[in-house]
Design a protein around this ligand. Structure first.
Ligand code: KIV
Ligand code: ZN
Length: 407
């Protein structure tokens, strides 16, 4: 049977938990600023990237992938700014397995407290034949040379076997072994096109651990896309089978259908900690604020029924559920809203609430608005409040998003 937390599924620990000596730590690698930023229309300027990176540091992520520095001079500068100013997490820059990209990636991250160069190259026959027009052996050689080259600059080098889930298993093992020998400190096994299924992907991770003992000397990472809606399920299956780093994004933003959603991975591991026998060191009370910030700055609304951070994620509407919740919240709630930073408020916001109360709540939610923005939010607030008895924090966040993203 599935195990549950001691208190019947509802983990009452607060925010950043103490590192347990018993359970494995899962490293959270956030790629909102790289894979997430590849979404059309989500381009961030330097100031916006820095604002999100600072918030990711408060959230407690282990690694921030700040960009793909060779993609544009502006991205190079943005990654440099993050590397110079954001303290705490490892700051990574992505590079193809070619010298010029690696040179630029190093230029971008070299001033970070803890820099990482992240190199990738396709490993599936589909990528090798149809995209790179290479044979397996020369691609393997290129991977090894790229890792050795990156290693001259930086101790911490991550190597990604792009399209790993569609690669020949024996070849994948050979590439991974050779890259570890060349000095890679992290090996990432991406499900680049979201093709894997949870059982199969979990088995891939388990088999890699078995067949490549050298993986015990490095961090084994996973990176799942959501084309079949399985990115989170696949990542969690990988964690169960020995992955130690999960690559993910806030609100699941990313190429096509997106990446695995950070908030879902973190809260699943936390809510079902004994099942995973693992933990993260994310400060979960910063989740909601981070989600709102990313949605606002990237101009990508969060769907109302999105797990953990959607406006309906903690809303109980049916009479039976409301009755249960009033008797004991654990009847219909497996996560306390305050554990992800959604506050329970004594101050109820209604159409009669004054501007001061509205300003106060906006500040609590992390919104610093100009006077002009506040006037617009206030006007919309009054319109909505005329129709609804009470305005929740989620309603308010939606109002602000609508007003701030209006051109
Ligand atoms: O999806 C993918 O394979 C990637 C790699 C660059 C890690 O984003
Ligand atoms: Zn990706």
């Amino acid at each position: 049977p599935l195990s549950t937390t001691k208190n019947g599924n509802r983990n009452k620990n607060t925010t950043r938990r103490k590192e347990s000596t018993m359970s494995r730590k899962i490293h959270i690698f956030d790629t909102t600023l790289r894979d997430g930023e590849q979404v059309p229309g989500a381009k961030l300027n330097r100031r916006q990237k820095l604002e999100i990176a600072e918030q990711l540091a408060r959230l407690g992520v282990d690694v921030i992938e700040a960009g793909f520095p060779c993609s544009s001079p502006e991205d190079l500068k943005a990654v440099q700014t993050v590397a110079e100013q954001v303290k705490g997490p490892v700051i990574a820059g992505l590079a193809r397995a070619v010298q010029q990209d690696i040179d630029i990636a190093w230029e971008a991250v070299k001033k970070a407290e803890r820099p990482r160069i992240h190199v990738f190259l396709g490993s599936s026959d589909i990528h090798l034949q149809k995209k790179l027009r290479r044979d397996r052996e020369s691609a393997l050689q290129q991977a090894v040379e790229a890792v050795k080259y990156a290693k001259k600059y930086c101790e911490d080098v991550e190597y990604s076997t792009e399209d790993a889930s569609r690669s020949d298993f024996e070849y994948l093992c050979r590439v991974i072994e050779a890259c570890i020998r060349a000095g890679a400190t992290v090996i990432n096994v991406p499900d680049t096109v979201g093709y894997a299924l949870p059982e199969q992907y979990g088995e891939l991770i388990r088999n890699l651990r078995e067949k490549v003992p050298a993986l015990d000397k490095v961090i084994l990472s996973v990176h799942c896309h959501n084309d079949l809606g399985l990115a989170v399920a696949n990542s969690l299956a990988a964690v169960r089978n020995g992955a130690e780093q999960v690559e993910c994004t806030i609100n699941g933003v990313g190429e096509r259908a997106g990446n695995a959603s950070l908030e879902e991975i973190v809260m699943a591991i936390r809510t079902r900690e004994s099942f995973f026998d693992a933990h993260t060191t994310i400060n979960t009370r910063e989740i909601y604020r981070t989600s709102r910030m990313v949605s606002r700055l990237m101009n990508i609304p969060v769907q109302p029924n999105k797990a953990i951070v959607g406006s309906n994620a903690f809303a109980h509407s049916s009479g039976i559920h409301q009755d249960g919740i009033l008797k004991d919240r654990s009847t219909y709630e497996i996560i306390r809203p305050e554990d992800v930073g959604i506050k329970a408020h004594s101050l109820v916001l209604t159409a009669r609430s004054g501007r001061a109360a509205l300003r106060h709540r906006l500040k609590e939610l992390g919104y610093e608005l100009t006077d002009e923005q506040f006037q617009r939010v206030h006007k919309r607030f009054l319109n909505v409040a005329d129709r609804k008895k009470e305005i929740s924090s989620q309603d308010l966040a939606t109002i602000v998003e609508i007003e701030l993203t209006k051109v």
